[in-house]
Design a protein. Structure first.
Lengths: 266, 197
């Protein structure tokens, strides 16, 4: 609940919702497909009637309504971006959750869902325009926090954008990687992206580094150095983001260059 | 345009009437931030109200905490759909801080250490509706939750309760702050579900 707020931003270009960002609104989404993403997560593709398109990194709200009128709403990051009405979500089933188990286990093709969005204009990335300085971009994901960062990496690849990108993805095991095939394809695409994994519980066969939680040293080794002045996007649990953001500052990154998105609650 | 979602029954049937529409109860205290958590030393902390005349009313940490401290028990509501009921805070009422402030402006911009801003109408800060909070749940406020001091405006969505607050600037017009420029509602009344523009 609640907490809000954050810092940053003073050096970032401010984008008013009334100007360049499509206005958020309520829409009816039809589920076009759903499939297993990881042992605990599903990928759900929606066709959203009237969707104005969205930038990489934005999110939406889903509102579910029971027969007696009871409703439950949650926010989810969007894994897709661009124009058009196709919206991709990847949703982790939280063990005590009320909404995520329904979305992962019950929802099927043809179902209709109420969605509100697109939302958020700060934790976003857009392909380079003439005016932008060519600062590199470092993405740092913890677990399911990869979803909005995958959207950015995919947008970067799709635009064949020359901005140097690097994604550090902290995840429990290879089976828990979201968008594994897509990430491999992005890493092989012409747009410059380097992909690093930190596995906390089990590594792929043949990996020299043993599994282990991310440390400041591993973070330093697997990210763009502060001296290159990257814009850094961090997304994951509150604990992960707090830790990583504090290490980034220790490593010399300007706090204003670090953008965070944190999960909270169930 | 609301319609029934096939197969959804939901979990909690007991709807607490303290819960605004679209909110779900939570026990813990999730954090929504746009950047890293700033570390602010109370030795250097200062809170300033700046008016249209250029007058500045400032309090050091010791000066603030020497003012009357009120106990506040209140429900808090995050725009991300989570609510927490009966939370316990201690802080200085904005009424106390505005006692000697002379202004004709009706709006404020709250500024925070770290650069965050949010706009709040003055009437939402006075008459016992808002505090500079320095304790949560009997403990000094964690940096993660906005410590050493945050604005507490619990009748609005909690992004208005600016973490790491360092001042209020009087404004003639209601201009959007950081979160509002990034899509959140100018006022943010949870009972009207004023989440986004």
């Amino acid at each position: 609940m609640t907490d809000s707020t954050g810092a940053a931003g003073s050096s970032a270009a401010v984008i008013g919702p009334s100007s360049t960002v499509p206005r958020a609104g309520w829409h009816v989404a039809t589920v076009s497909s759903t499939r297993r993403e990881t042992p605990s997560a599903a990928r759900i593709e929606l066709d959203v009637d009237g969707w104005p398109g969205n930038a990489a990194g934005q999110h939406l709200d889903i509102r579910l309504t029971a027969e007696d009128g009871y409703t439950a709403s949650r926010s989810y990051s969007i894994a897709s971006s661009g124009d058009g009405t196709r919206v991709v979500l990847a949703i982790d089933r939280l063990p005590d959750g009320e909404v995520s188990p329904f979305l992962v286990d019950v929802v099927q093709s043809g179902d209709r869902l109420e969605v509100h969005g697109p939302l958020g204009a700060f934790f976003v990335w857009r392909p380079r325009t003439e005016r932008d300085a060519a600062r590199p971009v470092q993405l740092i994901a913890g677990g399911s926090g990869v979803v909005p960062l995958y959207a950015m990496a995919q947008a970067h690849a799709d635009a064949d954008d020359p901005t140097p990108f690097r994604l550090l993805y902290a995840v429990r095991t290879p089976d828990d990687v979201y968008f594994a095939d897509e990430l491999a394809a992005i890493a092989a695409a012409p747009a410059p992206l380097r992909l690093d994994f930190v596995y906390s519980r089990r590594t792929p066969p043949g990996t020299a580094t043993p599994p282990g939680r991310i440390t400041r040293e591993r973070l330093a080794d697997a990210t763009i150095p502060a001296g290159d002045r990257p814009i850094v996007y961090v997304c994951g649990s509150t604990g992960f983001v707090e830790l990583v953001a504090s290490w980034l500052i220790d490593l010399g990154h300007d706090p204003r260059d670090i953008r965070t998105e944190r999960f909270g609650g169930t | 345009m609301s319609f029934i979602t096939r197969g959804f029954s939901g979990r909690s049937r007991e709807r607490d009437d303290r819960l605004p529409p679209g909110q779900t109860l939570v026990g813990d205290f999730p954090v929504l931030s746009a950047g890293p958590t700033p570390e602010v030393d109370t030795a250097e902390w200062e809170f300033t109200i700046r008016t249209e005349s250029g007058a500045q009313h400032s309090w050091s940490w010791d000066q603030l905490t020497a003012l009357p401290i009120e106990d506040v028990t209140t429900d808090i509501h995050c725009v991300t759909h989570w609510s927490k009921l009966g939370t316990g805070w201690r802080g200085v009422a904005l009424d106390t801080l505005f006692e000697d402030v002379d202004t004709d402006y009706a709006y404020t911009m709250a500024h925070s250490y770290g650069g965050y801003t949010t706009n709040v109408p003055l009437e939402d800060l006075l008459d016992g509706k808002a505090w500079i909070a320095i304790e949560f749940d009997g403990e000094p406020l964690d940096p993660e939750h906005g410590g050493p001091a945050r604005l507490l405006v619990p009748h609005l969505y909690f992004w208005k309760s600016a973490k790491w607050v360092r001042g209020l600037e009087m404004m003639e017009d209601d201009e959007p702050g950081f979160w509002e420029q990034n899509g959140y509602h100018l006022r943010g009344d949870p009972w009207k579900e004023e989440r986004y523009w």
